[in-house]
Design a protein around this ligand. Structure first.
Ligand code: SF4
Length: 377
């Protein structure tokens, strides 16, 4: 059986200084999983939407909730090797196993983790979320498959604490991660106290956010949006900051992760990393991690028609072969912004259309902007 060398876990430390990173705040040190996420280097593996809890604040989308389907960086997983391929695509340095509850699909979770460790080695950092009490056998299986960091989501006060203790005693980096419900200082302080008492490493506090699936429950509770430009719940951040102030001398690392950070930094860094890794020679990477390119569309496209047009353009305008390709998926030609702009002026033909396109570097290649260039004759 493989034995992995575990990442050093930030020891629970007493800290009295609240530090700031982006719009987030923390006491002590950040967990390794969060540091990698901040670099955009964490692969997100949504193992399954199946979960035994019914949290009123559950943010999982309708597309994924209660469905036993896996996704990796928003791409559907058809076979286990899709997970490793996506990790290669973005040069990931680690992965987060999430859901639902990944432990309810334990074999699937282990089946994603083992190949990742095999491909990238023991330095590839894996963290996982659970809201269940895991027995020692499950913890051992996870550890042997390469789990470095386990984050417990506490929904009640039951047996989960034994699991947290056992996980920490097995030398896995162990912490708690929960959303901050406005006004719940006392409950969260109690969690922080208990966690520091059993040598837990960290407490992560997430700003509560509205989603399509929790909207109705939030309205019932009179929760409001923090601002017109944010999905964050008003009062969640204040509660988190108050907890940080009250925990200054606890022996625990505490990290508050804001909704603004998730929207503006976390996703952007992951896109940038993937875009830089996968951009073709003719694609430009925008500062938001999107791919910019020129597109040539033909009427009633066929592969033969597109290949012939490409050949012709290469010959007539001496375009380097690597700067113009047939996009079989979207049935069009792709090239650089500059070439597309020039061709739209110099090569006007009936049935040809030129565009500038901006798209996500994700597998669904979602287009965020399509600008038509001068219409051909
Ligand atoms: S434990 Fe997590 S996935 Fe399950 S219902 Fe609660 S928030 Fe949703």
């Amino acid at each position: 059986m493989t034995t992995y060398v575990w990442f050093s876990c930030p020891p629970a430390s007493v800290s009295s200084m609240i530090k700031k990173v982006y719009s987030n705040r923390y006491l002590g040190t950040l967990p390794k999983g969060c540091k990698l996420c901040m670099k955009g280097a964490k692969l997100v593996v949504f193992v399954s939407g199946i979960c035994s809890k019914k949290c009123f604040y559950c943010p999982i989308s309708l597309k994924k909730k209660n469905k036993d389907r896996s996704w990796v960086n928003e791409r559907p997983v058809k076979k286990p090797s899709d997970v490793t391929h996506e990790a290669i695509r973005m040069s990931a340095l680690g992965a987060g196993m999430t859901g639902g509850d990944p432990d309810l699909s334990l074999e699937k979770t282990l089946g994603y983790m083992r190949p990742l460790k095999k491909e990238f080695g023991k330095k590839f950092h894996i963290h996982m979320y659970t809201s269940n009490a895991l027995d020692k056998e499950m913890l051992r299986k996870l550890k042997n498959a390469g789990l470095d960091e386990l984050r417990f989501h506490i929904t009640d006060n039951g047996e989960i604490w034994n699991s947290i203790k056992n996980s920490a005693e097995m030398d896995m980096c162990t912490g708690v991660e929960i959303p901050v419900i406005p006004g719940q200082h006392d409950r969260i302080l109690e969690i922080a106290r208990k966690l520091s008492g059993i040598e837990g490493s960290f407490l992560n506090l997430n700003e509560l956010e509205f989603s399509e699936t929790n909207l109705r429950e939030f309205k019932k509770r009179n929760f409001e949006l923090k601002s017109e430009t944010s999905y964050a719940v008003k009062g969640s951040e204040e509660t988190a900051l108050k907890i940080l102030a009250l925990c200054k001398n606890f022996k625990l690392n505490i990290y508050y992760c804001s909704s603004a950070y998730k929207d503006s930094v976390q996703l952007r860094k992951r896109l940038l990393r993937t875009a830089k890794n996968t951009a073709k020679d003719y694609e430009e990477v925008s500062e938001d991690g999107l791919l910019l390119k020129g597109v040539i569309a033909v009427e009633k496209p066929t592969l033969e028609k597109l290949s012939a047009l490409r050949k012709n353009l290469i010959k007539e305008f001496k375009i380097p072969e690597n700067l113009i390709t047939v996009d079989k998926e979207k049935m069009r030609l792709e090239t650089s912004v500059e070439i597309s702009e020039k061709l739209s002026e110099m090569y006007k033909k009936r049935g040809l259309k030129y565009f500038l396109v901006e798209e996500y570097p994700t597998s669904d290649r979602l287009e965020t902007d399509v600008v038509p260039l001068e219409v051909s004759e």
